[in-house]
Write a protein of this length. Structure first.
Length: 227
């Protein structure tokens, strides 16, 4: 977008002569870490028995992941639920049992072992896998680069507009407003209930980092002496 105000009748430029533009910058980067949600869901008639079985399975999964070299501080419980399950037949509700859900978030520094992490977890009791997400640890530095590209893009747009209008652009913007940015991690959002997994493959893809700015540039129109 640009705002063009013509010179007044005496040929002098207006103080408000501005070109307003939006600049955009984008980077595609390789992820260097990942996370995955792994869960054990247990259904049983008796609550205490269901809890005990679920706890045993989760402990087995955690020990297996630690055995792969995943540090303890990279394993985190982010959801634990106890729910009552019912069967419904012709409007009649019949108690079926309890469902215990224990979900772990696993952060992974070595992208080459993601498939092995999932496979190992499944072999040791995990029956729920979701939200495999690839990330960049140094995303702030990449965003700064995208922001610089956005400003360069705004300057080039202002130069193009000024050249088309045949006016002289003041190259330094009088106002720059950061419009925000986004980091779009590559992820698998689908939720999966698993019975068996063998040699799971995950492709990291790329992460898109975007930045936008708004900028205002003053310009001068050619001076014409009054007759």
């Amino acid at each position: 977008m640009y705002q063009y105000l013509p010179p007044n009748r005496n040929g002098f430029h207006h103080k408000g002569q501005l070109i307003k533009v939006t600049g955009e910058g984008e980077l595609a980067i390789q992820p260097d870490s990942a996370s995955v949600n792994l869960g054990v869901i247990t259904e049983y008639k008796e609550l205490i028995a269901a809890q005990q079985q679920n706890s045993n399975e989760v402990s087995k999964v955690i020990n297996a992941l630690l055995g792969l070299g995943i540090p303890q501080n990279q394993l985190q419980t982010f959801d634990y639920r106890i729910e009552s399950d019912y069967d419904y037949d012709q409007g009649k509700q019949t108690f079926r049992g309890y469902k215990i859900t224990h979900l772990l978030q696993v952060n992974i520094e070595d992208l080459s072992i993601i498939g092995k992490v999932v496979d190992t977890a499944v072999k040791n009791g995990v029956n729920y896998v979701s939200n495999v997400q690839f990330k960049a640890k140094n995303k702030d530095a990449f965003y700064q680069q995208a922001l610089s590209l956005a400003l360069t893009n705004a300057i080039e747009k202002a130069k193009t507009i000024a050249g088309t209008l045949n006016v002289t652009l003041v190259p330094t913007p009088s106002l720059v407003v950061e419009g925000g940015g986004t980091v779009q991690p590559f992820n698998h959002q689908s939720e999966t209930f698993v019975k068996s997994v063998s040699s799971t493959q995950f492709e990291p893809g790329q992460i898109i980092v975007k930045a936008t700015i708004s900028a205002e540039f003053h310009y001068q129109t050619p001076y014409k002496a009054p007759l």
